[in-house]
Design a protein around this ligand. Structure first.
Ligand SMILES: Cc1cc2nc3c(=O)[nH]c(=O)nc-3n(C[C@H](O)[C@H](O)[C@H](O)COP(=O)(O)O)c2cc1C
Length: 343
């Protein structure tokens, strides 16, 4: 058990101190808004308010699943939760597996609900664990521990394949995912961890009662790189290197999934690094954007640092909307983008 807790701290250390972002692009730079020289709007009237799965949010931003399990990650979660409550956003915790196996890890997750008794909070467990002894009971316990408004189930075959201690039996999981989705009293949401979701899989997941998808595409945090830096043997390091840019870029995954599923609540994440990226993601079909790595550094400092980072991001999103002539998120979602290369 100490092993999982140690791994969580390793991930944070590596993500904070080493280059863990893919060298390939998430795709946002290929797309442009048509600049509106006369937006016929007062910047002060641009509104970021939106709804997601029935929750009113002051901006379409989810603080993505990152951590929990150790004292240090409890502080990170508290800083994130206080900022999210203050700004009226939504938050997901990191994988709760550690908490199910070691009760000492519970407070580092529960703190999020203590800080924000009514804010939208989402839990997180890995799908592959359904082949390693986990079932509905564990999902229920994870949900109850933070009174989650929904549970993310993460799909991370690349990460597990590179971890020496990885769980790599991803066979026959769809039926098990459906069983969990049907049993839970709250929505089950699926996410990748940085390699994207293919459109056929998105369709299949929705048939299995998954209510929303976070594409978490390529172009942001590279789990191959993170696991590669933890690896000690040269074979693992080489494996990680080869797959360090693996995946469907965020923009591509988002557009393909949106084409096939016009009404599915879709979250864009993976390499969203400023408010302009976020605006483009929303105009390309996302209902919500999510970020993980950019918030880790501020969250390891203080609540105020997280608030400042998110406020800056929201300002960038607002200015993008102003210049594109969009007064609301719904207006923004209806704005056409054009490809820089003219295709
Ligand atoms: C330090 C760190 C820990 C993470 N832990 C989890 C996790 O426990 N569960 C999960 O589903 N995703 C996890 N992720 C993945 C993120 O939720 C997100 O999908 C991915 O990092 C892409 O977003 P980004 O490019 O903004 O970082 C983690 C990311 C980071 C940086």
């Amino acid at each position: 058990m100490a092993d999982i807790r140690k791994r969580k701290d390793d991930h944070i250390d590596i993500a904070l101190t080493k280059p863990v972002t893919m060298t390939r692009s998430a795709g946002f730079d290929d797309w442009e808004f048509m600049h509106q020289a006369l937006p016929e709007l007062d910047l002060a009237d641009v509104s970021l308010e939106t709804h997601f799965l029935g929750h009113a949010l002051s901006a379409p931003i989810l603080v993505s699943s990152m951590t929990g399990g150790t004292e240090r990650s409890g502080d990170i979660n508290r800083h994130l939760a206080e900022a999210v409550r203050e700004l009226g956003l939504a938050m997901a915790v990191g994988s709760q597996r550690v908490m199910l196996e070691d009760p000492r890890a519970l407070p580092s997750f529960a703190i999020v609900r203590e800080v924000g008794p009514t804010m939208p909070v989402f839990g997180n467990l890995g799908a592959v664990q359904l082949n390693y002894g986990m079932g509905i009971d564990q999902f229920q316990r994870a949900r109850e521990a933070i009174r989650a408004d929904g549970m993310f189930i993460h799909l991370n075959p690349l990460q597990e394949a590179i971890q020496p201690e990885g769980n790599t039996n991803f066979s026959r999981l769809l039926d098990k995912i459906e069983t969990v989705a049907r049993a839970l009293p709250v929505p089950l949401l699926a996410k990748e961890v940085g390699s994207g979701i293919a459109p056929d899989l998105a369709v299949e997941l929705t048939k299995r009662q998954v209510k929303a998808i976070d594409v978490s595409g390529a172009g942001g945090t590279s789990w191959a790189q993170i696991e590669g830096m933890r690896a000690t043997d040269p074979g693992r390091q080489r494996l990680a290197q080869i797959f360090s840019n693996w995946g469907i870029p965020t923009v591509q995954s988002l557009r393909l999934c949106r084409d096939r599923l016009p009404t599915l609540p879709l979250i864009a994440s993976g390499g969203i690094r400023n408010g302009l990226d976020a605006a483009k993601a929303l105009a390309l079909g996302a209902n919500l954007i999510a970020m993980a790595h950019p918030l880790l550094e501020p969250a390891s400092q203080s609540t105020e640092a997280v608030i400042a980072a998110l406020q800056q991001f929201m300002l960038e999103l607002k200015v993008s909307m102003f210049l594109a002539g969009a007064a609301t998120i719904a207006d923004l979602q209806a704005k056409p983008l054009w490809r820089r290369d003219g295709q």
